[in-house]
Design a protein around this ligand. Structure first.
Ligand code: ZN
Length: 350
């Protein structure tokens, strides 16, 4: 299935504002509709159970998303689908995403997943948050308690699939005291480790998790010293999500103008092993790629496409608005790659 939209990437000149108003949306919708478990959730109408259990009056976004996914997967493959009903819901929900060129695909993804999650959240009455003291617990136990606490208010199919947990460790440079904080993440925004040429995805992850020094105005308060101290901060992944979304920070804002890095980030299609970034190095953290949202062009003008691996056949396809064509897996890696969708190998079917 394709999404209808007459929008062609202009290779020779950047597109004008009017040529392409929603390719960012189409690109993300294709990546999500090729997410095996989310697709099945929609195809089997399981979302209805979650909607009904919540008896929510305002739950149109999930319904339209499910309808769109069903249409994409059940209609004749040559036909283009217009996601106009879905876009109408998006317009109600988030007017800023409709009718404008050059929206950010990653921002839209975050926004959409959050919107879908809210409508199918199994928690209908959120508990009042109590300040609990987990400081006496081991890091692992603290991580588990924090995760359970998160699930007490945010628990849905979307969370089951996309949300992981990040651990940040602050170490006091004076007394060596370590304090840990655990935060859920829906994706990881990775700095690109080089401004030109080629770099590996692992290098970007290493830069993201590199020990950082917090000094000067950024000095945190050390709980043991009871005063602000120079500290080091380091991220590790405490809990790996089933679907790992990696956003390559190609766009940087420096004062007045945004610039784009077109560094070629070399990422594996299979067996991305993230064990070295885990809080607990004995865990199994291997991922396979199944979708990429690409951005061609500059920060001033550009176009989004998607490369997705069909969850049933394992074949790769290029989605360019209304056009779909088969592609070789050897073409998936390019310097246009912007948002990478990885699936845990333990839940992979291919
Ligand atoms: Zn200290």
């Amino acid at each position: 299935g394709a999404i209808r939209r007459t929008c062609s990437p202009k290779a020779s000149r950047p597109p004008t504002r009017s040529t392409c108003t929603d390719c960012f949306m189409n690109s993300i919708l294709q990546c999500l509709s090729n997410t095996h478990d989310l697709r099945d959730y929609c195809l089997r109408n399981t979302h209805r159970t979650d909607l009904n259990n919540n008896s929510r009056a305002k739950a149109a976004l999930m319904e339209e998303f499910a309808k769109l996914t069903q249409t994409l997967w059940t209609s004749a493959s040559s036909e283009a689908i217009s996601p106009s009903d879905f876009k109408m819901q998006i317009q109600k929900y988030a007017p800023r995403f409709v009718g404008y060129n050059q929206q950010d695909a990653q921002e839209f993804l975050r926004f959409l997943l959050d919107g879908l999650h809210n409508e199918v959240n199994r928690v209908t009455v959120k508990p009042r948050s109590l300040m609990e003291d987990f400081e006496h617990l081991s890091d692992d136990e603290k991580g588990k308690r924090m995760w359970n606490k998160y699930l007490e208010s945010e628990d849905s199919k979307v969370v089951d699939l996309f949300v992981g947990q990040l651990k940040s460790t602050l170490t006091c440079s004076e007394c060596g005291f370590c304090s840990t904080v655990f935060d859920p993440f829906w994706d990881l925004s990775l700095p690109i480790a080089k401004t030109s040429g080629e770099v590996s995805l692992i290098d970007c992850l290493r830069l993201f998790t590199k020990e950082d020094v917090l000094d000067g105005n950024e000095r945190p308060t050390c709980h043991r010293c009871k005063t602000r101290r120079k500290c080091t901060k380091k991220f590790t992944i405490q809990k790996f999500p089933k679907i790992l979304v990696l956003h390559l920070k190609r766009f940087s804002e420096c004062r007045v103008r945004t610039s784009k890095l077109s560094t070629f980030v070399n990422f594996p299609l299979k067996e991305l092993d993230l064990r070295e970034f885990a809080s607990d190095n004995s865990v199994n953290a291997v991922y396979n790629l199944y979708a990429v949202s690409n951005h061609t062009g500059t920060s001033l003008g550009g176009h989004y496409t998607a490369y997705c691996r069909n969850p049933c056949t394992g074949e790769w396809y290029t989605y360019n608005d209304s056009r779909v064509s088969p592609m070789s897996s050897s073409q998936v890696r390019s310097s246009d790659a912007y948002v990478l969708f990885y699936e845990s190998a333990t839940s992979s079917r291919l």
